[in-house]
Write a protein that binds this ligand. Structure first.
Ligand code: KG4
Ligand code: ZN
Length: 365
């Protein structure tokens, strides 16, 4: 179907979808139209609440979502100057994520859907990340090779269509964003760690500290970052290296692992016309530059969503809803039912249900 959802042909009804995201530490609400226009959005970070604990505390997150989500929905609708009557569907992240927070967003969406008589769309958070590049890049058609790198996930997926995802690789231990966050903690940089490590790395030498590249060259397709994290810990404890050199060397090792695993996936499942990166780590400029060069070498188009769409946001959830409506034959006058109002929030929800569980990766979807 390629970029069909982006055509501005007035004859095609473009759905308006309200999206809610609450799976981690961002409460977000957005109103997105089927042609990719973000009509209004709001995002509230809970960074300040979690910072004293050095990471996200699930109970604090759920309470903060519960306090914020209703006023934020009202704010977004007011900013758009629209009523719920004019919205075509209500989408919310239904998993995977911290279950208390997911339930807050999903229950809010169910209440709105019921009150306004609109279909509910229970969206997989990872699908939101996976399709967000198409919101930013109208020309990006299927299939594409997707690197999804965030705090909770580190996967390579073949995206063949809406709802058609083949997992080619995942992490057997930590996600890359998690490794960035832990490195930041070890270096005393605070939370969230990714941007802080990236900033410090700018002043360091990426070749100064010898660090491992776990699973580089392995005949298994997966990622591993636990050994790299331990090596960073030993480097910090040795006192022999400048923090900036450790940050830069860590980032270099991580990037080399990403490229090696992507090469493996491409050799095994390729070719693909495009390489796409999504998830919070996609905000990292060194990662982006390496991926762009890799794509160029392999004659692939390269797409990375703008920074605000890389980290958790609600526009990607509303957009995933738009994509679903387009692929499932929705029309404004039709009888599209959406998902049932008793859809249960899912702490785990793999995008590719047929993918094997890998060693040590039980907690990663
Ligand atoms: O996608 P996201 O907002 O939330 C999850 O679903 O996990 O990703 C957050 C992750 C965090 O681990 C954060 O440290 C990392 O993305 N991150 C970065 C950068 N910005 C955010 N990692 C490296 N460099 C960055 N600039
Ligand atoms: Zn995310």
């Amino acid at each position: 179907m390629g970029s069909a959802t982006h055509t501005s042909d007035a004859a095609i009804a473009r759905p308006l979808v309200l999206g809610i995201e609450s799976s981690c530490d961002e409460t977000a609400v957005a109103l997105v139209r089927g042609d990719g226009a973000i009509i209004a959005q709001a995002i509230a970070s809970q960074e300040a609440e979690h910072a004293p604990y050095g990471g996200v505390v699930p109970e604090i997150a759920a309470r903060a979502h519960a306090e914020r989500v209703a006023p934020m929905i009202a704010h977004v609708m007011a900013e758009a100057g629209l009523s719920l009557d004019e919205v075509d569907a209500i989408a919310a992240t239904a998993g995977p994520g911290l279950i208390g927070g997911v339930m807050v967003g999903l229950v809010s969406a169910k209440a709105l859907a019921m009150a306004a008589g609109k279909p509910l769309l229970a969206v997989n958070h990872l699908e939101g990340h996976a399709l967000s590049p198409r919101l930013a890049d109208a020309g990006l058609g299927f299939p594409y090779l997707l690197l999804l790198v965030s705090g909770g996930h580190c996967q390579i997926l073949a995206v063949e269509g809406v709802g058609q995802y083949r997992r080619l690789a995942t992490t057997i231990d930590d996600a890359l964003g998690e490794a960035f966050d832990k490195t930041a903690k070890l270096l005393g940089l605070g939370y969230p760690g990714g941007p802080a490590v990236e900033r410090l790395a700018l002043q360091g030498n990426p070749r100064a500290v010898p660090l491992p590249r776990p699973l580089k060259g392995s005949p298994e397709p997966h990622f591993s970052f636990a050994g790299l994290k331990s090596a960073v810990m030993r480097a910090v404890e040795s006192g022999a290296h400048k923090p900036a050199d450790i940050a830069a060397s860590f980032q270099q090792a991580a990037v080399e692992c990403l490229i090696d695993r992507l090469q493996f996936a491409l050799t095994r499942a390729g070719p693909f016309p495009a390489l796409v990166v999504a998830g919070g780590v996609a905000a990292n400029q060194t990662v982006r530059a390496a991926l762009e060069a890799f794509a160029g070498k392999n004659a692939m188009r390269f797409t990375a969503p703008p920074l605000a769409l890389c980290t958790d946001n609600a526009a990607m959830i509303a957009w995933a809803g738009c994509e679903r409506l387009a692929s499932e034959g929705w029309t404004r006058d039709g009888d599209f039912a959406g998902d049932p109002l008793d859809f249960v929030a899912r702490p785990r929800w793999p995008l590719d249900a047929s993918a094997d569980t890998v060693r040590g990766a039980g907690v990663k979807a």
